[in-house]
Ligand binder design. Structure first.
Ligand code: ZN
Length: 290
């Protein structure tokens, strides 16, 4: 995940809950937490045809291995997106592909020790091959569920390339953090930042990692940093610098992070993503957001 203000409006038609329930539905939470998705790597050779025909879509989660501050694991994005993808796969009866973790990381995090970055042109070709293989498996619908800003360019490039070559394919792409717009998160009043806690390694992201792996969060190792500046009033933009001077690799009031807040946020995102997928599957002939 990265700066929310860079988000692309990919999910213009996506549902966002107008009212955030104060208490999560325990029944839903329990069902999603205990049910396990069908994973591609667990499909027996003799079960392939059944696995494809028995699931309306395949989900491909995209993560990263990237420095997210001293308090977060390097696999922060991968942990969040794998956790959300598991639950979305259960709720949409999707076949779950393995999370791709070694991906492209932008210049402002690439120089931090611990970041593993693959060149964007390599990632575009790699993603395209994964998508082609998934289509050759027999799926016509693939949902690319993204957990990392650096995957947006290569991911969408690969999708465009493959969709052009396979006319029967439909490939959906969404970023989990875009289901948590800053204005909506602000209304939850769980973070004091004006942008709702967004930002690389910030309180929203740290809380979301903690929702799945609280054992990997070490808040005492980091101090609160200034929140990312709001340069556009919340509108999306993309700014890339070769270096980020005097930046410690994360931003925001990380002391406000907690697993409980993360579980609430992740649930909202998960519900919005499931709604998007359900709408997509229910209206296969609709053009989408264009
Ligand atoms: Zn991240």
């Amino acid at each position: 995940m990265d700066y929310f203000t860079r988000r692309e409006v990919l999910c213009a038609g996506a549902f966002l809950p107008a009212v955030i329930p104060a208490v999560m539905s325990e029944g839903e939470e329990t069902r999603a937490d205990t049910a396990k998705p069908k994973r591609l790597e667990e499909v027996g050779g003799y079960q392939i045809a059944e696995a494809v025909s028995g699931h309306p879509l395949a989900i491909l989660p995209l993560g990263s291995l990237e420095y997210h501050g001293p308090h977060n694991p390097l696999g922060a994005d991968s942990i969040i997106i794998s956790g959300i993808a598991e639950r979305v796969a259960v709720r949409t009866n999707a076949l779950l592909l393995p999370t791709i973790m070694l991906t492209f990381c932008p210049s402002h995090t690439a120089h931090f020790r611990g970041t593993m970055s693959i060149r964007p042109e390599v990632m575009t070709s790699y993603f395209a091959d994964v998508l082609r293989n998934t289509l050759q498996l027999g799926f016509t619908k693939i949902f690319v569920l993204n957990g990392h800003d650096g995957n947006i360019g290569p991911g969408r490039g690969a999708i465009s390339e493959v969709a052009h070559q396979a006319p029967e394919a439909a490939i959906l792409f969404a970023n989990w953090w875009e289901f948590l717009p800053g204005e909506m998160v602000k209304k939850l009043a769980i973070f004091s930042q004006s942008n709702g806690g967004h930002g690389h390694g910030g309180p929203l992201e740290t809380s979301s990692v903690a929702a799945f792996r609280p054992d990997l969060i070490h808040l005492s190792s980091a101090q609160d940093m200034p929140e990312p500046p709001d340069m556009s009033g919340g509108q999306p933009y993309f700014l890339q610098k070769s270096t980020a001077k005097n930046w410690p690799g994360y931003s925001g009031k990380v002391s406000e992070a907690s697993a409980e807040k993360g579980r609430h946020l992740v649930q909202i995102s998960e519900d919005g993503i499931v709604k998007l997928v359900d709408n997509w599957l229910a209206h296969p002939d609709d053009p989408g957001s264009w």
